[in-house]
Design a protein around this ligand. Structure first.
Ligand SMILES: [Zn+2]
Length: 200
């Protein structure tokens, strides 16, 4: 073995921010619940499904033991209320992969995820650090069930429970640096959004 193999563990916020598994060299892992959180018919959902079909993204359901570890850590740092089951499972999967000897890096733009990842002594990184550009600075989420919705969706009520969606910032980093190992994202659907903040 030549050192630990680096793998990425992708959460919902990363997909919503535009992460594409085929744009990086590292192996990418996620959980099926993340797919459930992506809006049907959205670019993100299509990308998620296409990545699974092409083998660039692998889905693993983490063990109950690892889910318990992730939940416990979320409780301890006080972030469990802002994390969905999918989020918890992503963290659990990272713990599991780390236990198996991988260098697991949680790819997330969500502050609560980052807090808990830190508590679990997991490596994590926001998308911007991968040299990936993105324009989206908000996500919508349901305060009741935690389900997340991409910012370009039109609904205002949660599809699960009918609650009014809330909005929260994903991360306000300007997207300047490109490069590192990944060719970054292909152009996003900018033409659809006449007032996208991309023109500077
Ligand atoms: Zn809901």
């Amino acid at each position: 073995m030549d050192g630990k193999r680096k793998v990425l563990v992708i959460d919902t916020s990363a997909f919503i921010s535009g992460f594409d598994p085929s744009a990086v060299n590292e192996e990418a892992y996620s959980v099926s619940r993340v797919g459930d959180e992506l809006l049907e018919g959205s670019i993100m959902k299509m990308r998620f499904n296409a990545s699974i079909e092409s083998g660039r993204l692998k889905l693993i359901n983490p063990s109950v033991k690892c889910i318990d570890i992730a939940k416990e850590a979320s409780r301890e740092v006080g972030d469990i209320g802002s994390l969905s089951e999918a989020d918890i499972e992503v963290l659990a999967l990272a713990v599991q992969l780390k236990d198996r000897g991988y260098e697991a890096v949680v790819l997330t733009d969500d502050y609560s995820m980052q807090n808990v990842a830190e508590k679990l002594e997991l490596n994590f990184t926001p998308l911007a650090n991968l040299g990936i550009r993105y324009h989206l600075s908000w996500i919508y989420y349901c305060p009741a069930c935690g389900r997340k919705y991409p910012p370009d969706q039109k609904i205002t009520l949660c599809e699960n429970c009918g609650m009014q969606l809330k909005r929260k910032p994903v991360k306000k980093l300007p997207v300047r640096k490109r490069g590192v190992s990944s060719p970054a994202l292909e152009e996003r659907e900018e033409t659809k959004k006449p007032n996208a903040p991309g023109g500077r």
